[in-house]
Design a protein around this ligand. Structure first.
Ligand SMILES: [Zn+2]
Length: 108
């Protein structure tokens, strides 16, 4: 058996879809909302703050999305579940908690 990681792949693909959708919402939705609040100075300031937070959030979601895509690639090439730095098997409990993990606990 080569170990196809079918369940993990399904989990990761689902996560990828959700992350991509949220990144889309956070980055594409903001511009339009801003115009509607133009009349009220205080609200506009608040919206700008929220947009900043959204961009920070979008950034971290994008990073997570990159990890998920990398994990999917590693399932394809058969290196999934091993540390990218030392090549040792990643603790299964760690993988279960973070399916996109590409590093062992020592290198995380
Ligand atoms: Zn390692």
């Amino acid at each position: 058996m080569t170990g196809t990681h079918d369940d993990t792949r399904a989990t990761l693909e689902q996560e990828r879809t959700q992350l991509a959708r949220r990144v889309d919402e956070l980055t594409a939705g903001g511009q339009v909302d801003d115009l509607e609040f133009d009349a009220d100075f205080a609200d506009r300031g608040q919206v700008a703050g929220e947009q900043g937070e959204n961009l920070t959030l979008a950034d971290s979601l994008q990073n997570q999305l990159n990890l998920v895509e990398k994990a999917l690639t590693r399932i394809d090439d058969g290196t999934y579940g091993t540390c990218e730095i030392c090549g040792k098997d990643i603790n299964p409990e760690r993988l279960e908690a973070m399916p996109a993990a590409g590093l062992c606990i020592d290198h995380a």
